[in-house]
Design a protein around this ligand. Structure first.
Ligand SMILES: Nc1ncnc2c1ncn2[C@@H]1O[C@H](COP(=O)(O)OP(=O)(O)OP(=O)(O)O)[C@@H](O)[C@H]1O
Length: 387
């Protein structure tokens, strides 16, 4: 299998439409992540791809072959679930080899493939243990091993890291990304964790309420979000929004709201000529809010805010600032020495400002630092031989 294509995929439970006319093509060897808030239809989509959920309407194609009518065990996919669902009385070796045993693969070959898979996950020394004798991270590796020991066209992963602690999740992100490059197979990954989506994916498909909002490489999702939902969902802390209007001040298009005034760049001003009339929303990411020191020489043309609270993160400090009655977030380099309730000059980077339509939330303008690139696909590499 090279490609997975979803065509007008739709699913309802009663009156509840949970996947709404989803069109999406996942390229051969791509790492595509479906991301979105709880209940947005990610798992249902994945389950329809692998055959655990019947299609409402639409079709799933593996290459050009429609597979909607095929039962799960006849589809060329392997799935990893959030709950590892290991067999408690079987050893790690038996757990990993079970699917091959069911497929009546010869015993000697099973042993060889299980050892190779365990080696690629760094768990060869655990083959004789039972699941209860393993840590959470080790169990997760066994669950992955059980999926990848099978040669499948696509590997489907449903929140496989959500039961792990933060440190282990970070380690496993690295391992999964490496595994994808080594296997050179299509990965479709479901998570509600935007860090997992940003760090591992070739492309991210952001869903809300069963509807695909945007599908693009991580840099584009971050740099050119299609709408306010994507802008807010991807980024931690989320983008700051100000609702206001555009006026001309001394020949410059200028955004004005109760909290903020910002002269737009030439690029944004040119784009603004085409905007429909009405209120717009200015979007500024926390790293694009610059805080000065009280009494800064060049603070005269800054906005005046008040420090609400400062949270040191190590290299950076996350500062919540009261700006004209609105709380906004700034991510500034450490150290930050202005105390709570003290005045602080605030600059919003005009060259990084986004504009959205207030009513629809659709993006009207994003700055063009992000240069479009072809979708990166994992390098092809020699797949471990199965014989
Ligand atoms: N078998 C079912 N019967 C009825 N409703 C269901 C069923 N399975 C899922 N749903 C509903 O469909 C919606 C989408 O569920 P789904 O599990 O796909 O969301 P999700 O985005 O994966 O969420 P989460 O991140 O919480 O797992 C939810 O409102 C859920 O309650």
């Amino acid at each position: 299998m090279a490609q997975v294509r979803l065509e007008r995929l739709r699913k309802s439970f009663g009156d509840n439409v949970v996947v709404d006319d989803l069109d999406l093509t996942i390229a051969d060897q791509e790492f595509l992540t479906l991301v979105g808030p709880s209940g947005c239809g990610k798992s249902t989509t994945l389950r329809m791809i692998c055959g655990l959920e019947k299609l409402g309407s639409g079709e799933v194609y593996f290459d050009s072959e429609p597979v909607g009518y095929l039962p799960a065990n006849k589809r060329d996919v392997s799935m990893v679930f959030q709950s590892y669902a290991l067999y408690p009385h079987k050893t790690v070796e038996q757990n990993i080899g079970f699917a091959l045993q069911m497929m009546r693969v010869p015993k000697s070959e099973i042993g060889e493939r299980v050892r190779k898979t365990a080696a690629s996950l760094g768990i060869e020394n655990l083959l004789g243990r039972k699941p209860r004798e393993l840590s959470g991270g080790q169990r997760q590796r066994v669950a992955l091993g059980r999926a990848i020991v099978r040669d499948a066209g696509a590997y489907l992963l449903d929140e496989p890291l959500s039961n792990l602690d933060a440190q282990l999740r970070g380690d496993m992100r690295v391992e999964l990304k490496r595994l994808h490059a080594d296997l050179a197979r299509t990965f479709i990954y479901v998570t509600h964790d935007q860090v997992e989506a940003m760090t591992m994916s070739d492309r991210i498909a952001v869903m809300q309420g069963g509807v695909l909002q945007q599908c693009a490489p991580p840099e584009e999702i971050y740099g050119k979000p299609a709408n306010m939902f994507v802008a807010q969902f991807m980024g931690s802390p989320p983008m700051n929004f100000f609702t206001g209007g555009l006026t001309d001040v001394e020949g410059r298009r200028t955004f004005r709201s109760p909290a903020a005034v910002l002269a737009l760049t030439e690029e944004a001003s040119r784009a603004a000529e085409d905007f429909p009339a009405g209120e717009v929303v200015l979007g500024i990411r926390p790293e694009d809010v610059i805080l000065g020191e009280p009494g800064d020489a060049d603070a005269a043309d800054s906005l005046q805010g008040t420090v609400f609270v400062a949270e040191p993160l190590g290299a950076d400090v996350l500062v919540t600032v009261d700006l004209g009655g609105e709380l906004i977030k700034a991510r500034v380099p450490a150290p930050f020495r202005v105390g709570i309730d003290k005045a602080v000059p605030v600059r919003l980077r005009a060259d990084r400002a986004h504009l959205f339509a207030k009513e629809s939330g659709a993006s009207l303008f994003s700055p063009s630092q992000w240069a479009p690139q072809p979708t990166p696909i994992a390098p092809a590499s020699d797949r471990p031989t199965d014989s």
